[in-house]
Each structure stands twice: as C-alpha cells, then as structure tokens.
Design a protein around this ligand. Sequence first.
Ligand code: HEC
Length: 264
Amino acid sequence: MINFLKNIIKSTCFIFLSIIFLSQSVFSEEAKKLLSTDWSFKGYFGKFDRASLQRGYQVYSEVCASCHSMKYLSYRNLSEEGGPEFSEEQAKSIAANFEVTDGPNDDGEMFTRPAKLSDKFVNPYQNDKEAMASNGGAYPPDMSVLVKARSDGANYIYSLLLGYEDPPSDIILDDGVYYNKYMYGNMIKMPNPLSDGLITYNDGTDATEKQMAKDVTTFLAWAAEPHLEARHRAGFKTIIYLIIVSLLAYLSMKKIWLRIEPKV
Ligand code: HEC
C-alpha cells in the first residue's frame, strides 16, 4: 500500500514537473523571437534608470507624440518620485510648451492657454477619426498603458522599433504599409519612426536607433506602471517580515516541544 502511494506521488510529481518544464520551453520559444536588452526595471529589485526615463520622454515628445497620445499622463507625473523625476520647474516649463483649450470665459467663449502641471498630456489629434485619417486609416494607439496591453510589452515595443526591414521579394506592399518582422502579420502602417542621430539628446548621449528604442520603451514601461518601484520595495519588506516571522515561529516551536520527552 505504502509503495503504491509512493508511486502515485512520484508520478504526479513527474507529470507536474514535466508540465512546468514544457510550458517554460514553449514560453521561452516565444520570448526568444523578441529582442531584449538589459532593462533596469526587470527583476525583484528592478528600478527605472532616471537618465533613461528623461531621455525616453525626449524621444516620446520629439518623435512619437506627433501621432500617439498618452492621455492618462499629466505633466505633473514627470516630476513625481519613481518617474523621470524632472524638477518641478522643469516639468512646469515642459507643460508650458503645450497649448490647451480651456473655458468658457466670462463671455462664454473657449480660449487657449499654456498647459499647467495638472493638465493631461495634450493629444496630437482632435479625435480618433482625425487620427485615422492622418495615418492611412490606421489608429495610432494611445501609449499610456501600451506596455501592459501587449504580451511581453517592453521587449515587444523594443523589437518592433528595431524590426523594420525590406520585405521578402514575394511580398508586395501597398503605399503607406511597411514591413516589420515583429508586427502581427508583418505589416504595419507606421513608418519607421527612428533613425540614427534623429534627435540630439539633452544629456549628450549618442542617439543611436537602439539607444532611442531602449529609452523610449523604458519611458513607456514607467508610464504603464508608475508605482513599480514602490511595489518592489513593499515586496522586499514583506519577504523580510515573513522570514523573521517564520524564524520566530520555528524557535518558539522548538522551545515548546522541548518539554515533551522524546519517545526513543
Ligand atoms: C507618423 C505617425 C507615427 C509616429 C511618429 C509614431 N507612430 Fe507608432 N503607430 C502609428 C500608427 C498609425 C500605428 C498603427 C499601425 C497599424 O495598426 O498598422 C502605430 C502603432 C504603434 C505601435 C503598436 C503596434 C501594435 O502592436 O499594434 C507601437 C508600439 C508604436 N506605434 C510605437 C511608436 C513609438 C515608440 C514611436 C516613437 C518612437 C512611434 N510609434 C511613432 C503612427 C506613428
């Protein structure tokens, strides 16, 4: 009977382990196809690289913002702890570069004014229809939570940005359609937004395509999860707390059982 039970336990363990192993290799197959880089924010202790976040904002605002909105972000988020941590003055002057419609004023008319810290990021288009009309019928998705909306989002966006290439000879592309290795179906209506030296980084970093792809993806990863650092800190504290509690429980168990005579 005991042997029989042992066998059942053994085979259950075996099946369980094989399932874990197989599913992992399937996932890694999938992940292997995407490019990756040394993300500072991955792992249990991951933190965002401030300089990369600030450069990433620069890439977003100088390149992507002409087509993609980030409607859940406010200018004040740029100076918050755990983010790019621009100073409040810097965030104010960034905001002041944009115009928002406000009102109505006392005469019942809408007016425009420079954006303030409390304003949301200004949308490049008046509405979705205009966005699609300007992009050959394709809608440039809002980027506030895009990293979360795609599986393995950071690696996916990084790969997509570096995945433009000439189409294989048997594929003829329509006007305004581009070939990208990582896009679903390999066809995308976004022209390659990056090229070496496209922008001049404020901090003097060399603006290669890879560097810009990495920085803007880091910025988008923060936007999708602005409290990641606080979450990692809380997780770390919880684990320390659990270790201490388990140690105390173990020691008190030892102490209590000391009073009972061992049988053998
Ligand atoms: C000229 C306008 C334009 C610019 C500039 C632009 N995009 Fe896009 N983007 C688009 C359009 C249009 C789509 C939708 C493409 C489609 O569905 O075929 C898109 C789609 C995307 C997607 C989603 C692909 C998917 O899985 O659906 C990502 C990610 C993206 N863009 C990132 C960026 C980043 C990062 C930048 C800046 C470095 C940028 N884009 C600059 C127009 C633009």
